[in-house]
Design a binder for this molecule. Structure first.
Ligand code: FES
Length: 252
């Protein structure tokens, strides 16, 4: 009989609430599956979105982030940022076909030991249902996601949400929240597509059709994003294969 799959899950726990909640679960003997490896952070806001993708790249099947309930963050706004960042990561994971369920965010207070145990049990079952993360199949996507989450444009937008939507610029102009969400969502997808192209070109010179095939994106989308990548000086024309131009990473 085949063995039951035991997921490997990385869990970031905020020191002030969730970590204490996990401690209470242990002391109270509320049982939960031994699927999570805990990393304690002072605030869930310390969890850079890149940490989630790096967790998946380094062998975990899923990454959970636990923080204080909204309004209870000991650093006031840390978990507001966490909610936004995890949402961006989940959207990108879904877009890349890896699956949004591999990143989860929950709020658990220091008094909620039973809730912590219940939540870990429930989410572990979700991950068990997904099966192991196939890093051979999704290697290129995971590398592109890591590159995306390092992109200056995306990090600037994520860091400036409050300034843009609540505080305003020097002229006291504010961006409508819905408009901000749209801009952020578009930026995340575009940066991911550009990162995928760069990951594909690591293999050597390719035509637009070859890049499109390896990225799993339409030729039209690749043409657009390749133009952006060329303008940024990260890729360049390499040679003609018959009438077909081929492109290469700059400096390769
Ligand atoms: Fe717990 Fe910020 S201190 S989420």
């Amino acid at each position: 009989m085949s063995e039951v799959f035991q997921p490997r899950i990385l869990a970031f726990l905020c020191n002030w609430c969730s970590y204490a909640g996990a401690d209470l679960a242990g002391v109270s003997r509320f049982q939960y599956p031994p699927t999570i490896r805990v990393l304690r952070t002072m605030c869930s806001g310390r969890v850079d979105p890149l940490f989630i993708v790096e967790g998946l790249r380094s062998g975990f099947d899923a990454v959970f982030v636990y923080g204080c309930h909204i309004g209870d963050c000991h650093y006031l706004e840390g978990n507001f940022h966490t909610a936004k960042r995890v949402e961006v990561v989940r959207n990108l994971l879904e877009f890349s076909s890896i699956g949004a369920e591999r990143a989860q965010l929950r709020w658990v207070s220091a008094a909620e030991g039973q809730e912590f145990a219940r939540s870990v049990t429930e989410l572990s079952e979700v991950v068990r249902g997904l099966g192991p993360l196939d890093r051979d199949r999704f290697g290129m996507q995971l590398s592109a996601l890591a590159q995306t989450l390092r992109a200056e444009r995306l990090r600037w937008l994520l860091g400036m949400e409050r300034q843009l939507t609540e505080l305003g610029n020097v002229y006291n102009e504010k961006v409508d929240k819905r408009r901000y969400e749209e801009v952020l969502g578009t930026a995340a997808i575009e940066e991911y597509q550009k990162s995928l192209i760069l990951e594909s070109l690591v293999r050597g010179p390719q035509s637009v059709r070859e890049i499109a095939a390896s990225c799993g994106l339409p030729v039209y989308t690749i043409s657009l994003r390749l133009g952006d990548v060329e303008k940024a000086g990260k890729a360049a024309f390499h040679s003609y294969d018959g009438n077909t131009p081929r492109f290469i990473l700059s400096g390769a």
